[in-house]
Design a binder for this molecule. Structure first.
Ligand code: PRX
Length: 604
């Protein structure tokens, strides 16, 4: 049983450190020693690789296990509400993905073509992801709760050639726009043998693939480490979603951190609750854990506290990776519910995506007998950069320390912000506890290699050999990193990044809306929720009915990223250049000082 002690040397102002005795000896015992000895070359050498220095994510995740002692071990166990659980062994997953890769070949998909998914968590999603990577395609996962607008935008920006989805999503979110997507050559529908016009059934695709496999053998083109593999869309303050491009070499970091941070080893049953439409669900819901030969549990059902405890208990989950919003939702139901179930197999709980309250770290101890280990990273970093690694003391409220192979610092940009970065003029702040922009020294294997079609924006993200993350943080004297906030207007709701511009653009399409500013409003459960301030066109009355209509309009267009609240405001604050000042809207909403208003246009 894990036990916890409080380290008396902790400064009086901080929360006590949590030191737990691990239930099983962690794979990485001494963090400091690991940091000294770790190299990315040695991490790369742990992988199988392919002839001639080639490397392929799907080979490392599936095929290398399919011919060894893990061939009959369960790779994937997919749970569903109201439908039977399905399982695939590593051997079966290898064969199914071979069929899918051959089907892509048979239908004319070439290396580098983008294959997008808009699917619930089930076998077809995992087969599509890994089969595409095997075939040297670029996989672009879309979050299934997106509405039609974000789906259309991402399919269009990514120039997706193939989309794999289900019939309802197709009819509602893609068919109405299909004519605006000239690159989309093929849509595969997984849940019917009678597919909508213009689409092909999954069963038919598999039949084609099986035929092609017999005729031409497996389709496993050799990929180079720097060949594009994944296209993840993420949000910024301005403009459209950014397509972060990751390459096959990223698997070096997935594989290393799955051991260093998640402590994964063969025989583990591992559950990552993030959807593969987001980077966590891809890097640590699929790739990292499979490269470690574990059994990955997935659940297509929505959050339900009782169900989650049941899954942890019945599946005998050993390592659990989740998010602060989910933990807060569990906490809200009280630890009595947690205690109705038993978790003797569980040995490690970790979290990512948004600030993890110290209370949640400690609640883990109460509910599971294990503290929650916070980890920090981003879509752009591709893998965990900062973490509380198993077996080392946790400082509740801190995101932990940089993982082996990663250097972080807090930086100050030059006096005029952006220009300083362009001039490479950044200063590393060495004072413990100085707040600055969190930066990662460039060059780790899962570093994003481009923002799709936007080399300038990519270049602006780097200065003096550092990647600037857009987060504000401080680093204490012992190297623990503390999250302070975002340096920009991006909204974080339930762990998902939401670009205010995307939401504003969708609302602007409503005939009553003249102008709109969108902010993240603090919320005890989701961290933030989206709130829109709307100026109405002449002739429209600010009625509760119109408010409801705008919320439902947003919901219909945007899905899960829509505003929860709409407030009418005929006098939105603007900068002198005419942009709505979201920062000021947020300060007003929170009752905070309004700060430097020198750039605000004063209403006359
Ligand atoms: O602001 C930070 C927040 O999530 C952002 C990255 O979001 P995304 O690219 O969607 O990736 C999320 C999962 C990898 C970061 O810039 N964030 C992530 N982890 C933490 C966090 N904020 C506070 N604490 C964390 N542990």
């Amino acid at each position: 049983m894990a036990s916890s002690t409080v380290d008396a040397s902790t400064p009086a102002t901080a929360r006590p450190e949590v030191v737990t005795e691990p239930r099983t000896e962690p794979l990485v015992g001494d963090w400091a020693q690991q940091r000294r000895h770790f190299t990315w070359e040695s991490a790369r050498a742990q992988l199988d690789g392919l002839p001639g220095g080639h490397l392929n994510i799907a080979h490392e995740a599936v095929d290398r296990h399919a011919t060894g002692p893990l061939a009959d071990a369960v790779a994937l166990r997919c749970l569903h509400r109201g439908a039977p659980t399905t399982e695939l062994t590593y051997g079966e997953l290898s064969r199914r993905t071979d069929v899918f890769a051959a089907a892509l070949r048979a239908t004319g998909v070439r290396a580098g073509d983008v294959v997008a998914t808009l699917l619930p968590r089930g076998e077809e999603l995992y087969v599509t992801v890994l089969g595409t990577l095997k075939a040297a395609g670029v996989l672009s996962p879309l979050f299934p709760a997106f509405g039609p607008e974000p789906v259309r935008e991402r399919l269009s920006l990514g120039r997706a050639r193939v989309l794999v989805t289900d019939a309802v999503s197709y009819e509602r979110k893609v068919a109405p726009f299909r004519g605006t997507l000239p690159h989309l050559a093929r849509v595969v529908v997984v849940d019917t043998d009678d597919p909508p016009p213009g689409t092909v059934a999954w069963s038919e695709l598999e039949r084609l693939g099986a035929q092609d496999l017999v005729a031409h053998g497996t389709h496993r083109p050799l990929t180079r480490p720097d060949d594009p593999a994944l296209l993840h869309f993420t949000s910024g303050t301005t403009g459209r979603p950014k397509g972060a491009v990751h390459v096959h070499e990223a698997v070096v970091a997935h594989h290393a951190t799955a051991r260093l941070v998640l402590d994964l080893r063969p025989g583990d049953t591992y559950w990552c609750t993030a959807d593969p439409g987001w980077v966590t669900g891809m890097s640590y819901g699929i790739i990292g854990p499979l490269t470690r030969g574990v059994t990955v549990v997935t659940d297509s059902a929505d959050f339900d506290a009782r169900r989650w405890y049941q899954v942890l208990q019945d599946e005998r989950v050993t390592v659990f990776y989740t998010a602060p919003t989910a933990l807060r939702m569990l906490m809200r139901q009280g630890s009595d519910l947690a205690h109705e179930y038993r978790y003797p197999a569980l040995r490690h709980v970790a979290s990512v995506g948004e600030p993890l309250n110290p209370e949640a770290v400690l609640w883990g101890l109460e509910a599971f007998g294990l503290p929650v280990h916070d980890t920090w990273w981003q879509t752009e970093t591709g893998a965990i950069m900062v973490a509380n690694v198993p077996g080392t003391p946790i400082r509740p409220g801190s995101m932990g320390r940089p993982v082996p192979g990663i250097d972080v610092a807090v930086l100050q940009r030059g006096p005029d912000g952006r220009a300083a970065v362009q001039d490479d003029a950044v200063t590393v702040l060495h004072d413990p506890d100085a707040v600055g922009e969190l930066a990662v020294r460039a060059g780790w294997p899962s570093m994003f290699r481009a923002y799709l079609d936007d080399p300038e924006r990519y270049a602006r993200a780097f200065a003096d050999g550092w990647y600037l993350t857009g987060d504000l943080a401080r680093i204490d004297a012992d190297g623990y990193v503390w999250f302070v906030g975002r340096a920009d207007d991006v909204i974080k709701s339930a762990g998902h990044l939401i670009g205010p511009f995307e939401v504003e653009s969708a609302l602007m399409e409503h005939e009553a809306v003249a102008e709109v500013g969108v902010i993240g409003k603090p919320d005890p459960l989701a961290g933030e929720v989206v709130k829109a301030f709307v100026t109405l066109r002449a002739g429209y009355e600010p009625t509760p009915r119109l408010q409801r209509e705008l919320i439902s309009f947003g919901r219909h267009r945007l899905g899960s990223v829509a505003p929860r609240e709409v407030e009418f405001d005929q006098d939105l604050p603007h900068t002198r250049s005419g942009k709505v000042m979201r920062r000021l809207l947020r300060a007003r909403e929170l009752g905070l000082p309004e700060g430097d208003l020198s750039t605000v246009e004063t209403p006359s």
